[in-house]
Design a protein around this ligand. Structure first.
Ligand SMILES: Cc1ncc(COP(=O)(O)O)c(C=O)c1O
Length: 381
């Protein structure tokens, strides 16, 4: 008799004991639209965990675009784009994404996760080295792990550490550096000019995952070789894209396994992303409002005695001393009608992650700040 594969599942009791203690924070079921106010367990809560930064996921214009696309093209292409094709909407979104980002071409993927995995694993070969920022999204690491190359982690936002690691990599290896434009957990931005300069110095290619910045704040793509974006944040939908030179995207069309072996994003998702992209461009106040709301909340938390890391975007990260204080703060805020994301192990640091969208009113933001004042004790360290 071998070892029962399922034994590890029976032994895994972290989630079970958290549920029993009433502090399990995951897989909530909301009975209402995503933001800014939704319903959880029969109660109305201000949603500060969603990445619907432009506040468009419940916008009637976006909903209508999704509905019209489903009416016209059906709910699914029921296969990969390679074999069963996209629709004119897919090509239109690719053109408009490339124009918005200032890069030559875009290639859609079923999700942002798959865009990163597909681009990184699809491009790199056996002798290649993929250098990934320590705080880059899991999909960057998964892409590096899935590909046959060697994955190397460099210190978060450190061009100096990146330079050292590039210098130490074999001279005959092709190098791909992967960073996020705006970091999802800490809310800080990549120091792009110094990273670009370091990549150039060593002849490495640079991929920037701008999942959290795209559509919210401009990114200077000078020196960026490849950009990945997701539709699941500012674009109020689901899907992703890789943007870059036509020959690279054509190579990915034939080498990126998530593109070849997974179903193409449905027409309704593509239409929603296209509508949100256009609305976001026509209404720049949305991105500006989300960023200003986050800045206001950082200032309010600072005035309450919290140490809040600076950030240029709509993500407010509040470090907490440990798991117990994080879950207690999360529950306290929920009790005050404010839903935020707890960040707990296996994340490197514990804390709360608060996202602000254009749809949050001044009154919502005041309620959030008051809930923190009432329910979250500043870390005395
Ligand atoms: C930085 C970053 N990249 C990629 C992704 C994956 O995007 P998607 O939800 O479209 O798969 C996420 C999602 O949270 C993210 O935060």
């Amino acid at each position: 008799m071998g070892v029962d594969l399922f034994a590890r599942c029976r032994d895994y009791d972290v989630a079970r004991s958290a549920r029993a203690a009433g502090v399990y924070p995951y897989y909530p079921v909301f009975a209402g639209p995503g933001a800014p106010v939704t319903e959880l367990d029969g109660r109305s809560v201000i949603m500060c965990g969603s990445s619907d930064y432009l506040g468009l996921a419940a916008d009637p214009r976006v909903i209508r675009a999704a509905r019209d696309a489903a009416d016209r093209y059906g709910t699914s292409r029921s296969g990969s784009r390679m074999l069963n094709g996209g629709t004119p909407l897919h090509a239109e979104l690719e053109r408009e994404l490339a124009a918005a980002a200032g890069l030559p071409e875009a290639l859609l993927f079923p999700t942002g996760y798959q865009a990163n995995v597909g681009a990184i694993a699809g491009l790199t070969g056996r002798r290649d080295v993929v250098l990934v920022d320590a705080e880059a999204h899991a999909s960057a690491y998964d892409g590096a792990g899935l590909g046959p190359g060697r994955a190397v982690r460099f210190r978060h936002n450190s061009a100096a550490d990146l330079g050292r690691r590039l210098a130490a990599s074999p001279g005959d290896a092709a190098r791909l550096v992967v960073v996020d434009g705006l970091y999802s957990m800490s809310g800080d931005a990549c120091p792009l000019p110094t990273i670009v300069e370091t990549c150039r110095r060593y002849g490495a290619r640079l991929l920037v995952d701008d999942a959290h910045g795209f559509g919210v704040r401009p990114l200077d793509v000078g020196g960026v070789d490849l950009l990945t974006v997701t539709f699941s944040k500012a674009l109020a939908s689901v899907g992703g894209a890789v943007l870059g030179p036509p020959e690279v995207l054509d190579y990915l069309r034939h080498h990126a396994r998530p593109e070849i072996f997974s179903a193409v994003a449905p027409p309704s998702s593509v239409a929603a992303a296209l509508a949100a992209l256009r609305i976001g461009a026509a209404e720049p106040w949305r991105g500006e409002r989300a960023i200003a709301g986050a800045a206001g909340l950082r200032a309010a938390l600072g005035a309450q005695g919290h140490t809040v890391p600076a950030g240029p975007g709509p993500i407010v990260a509040l470090p907490m001393p440990d798991l117990a204080s994080t879950l207690a703060a999360w529950r306290g805020l929920l009790g005050a009608g404010v839903y935020v994301n707890p960040v707990v192990p296996p994340a490197a640091r514990c804390g709360l992650r608060v996202t602000i969208t254009a749809a949050h009113t001044d009154a919502h933001l005041d309620t959030v700040a008051t809930a923190f004042a009432d329910r979250v004790t500043p870390d005395p360290r």
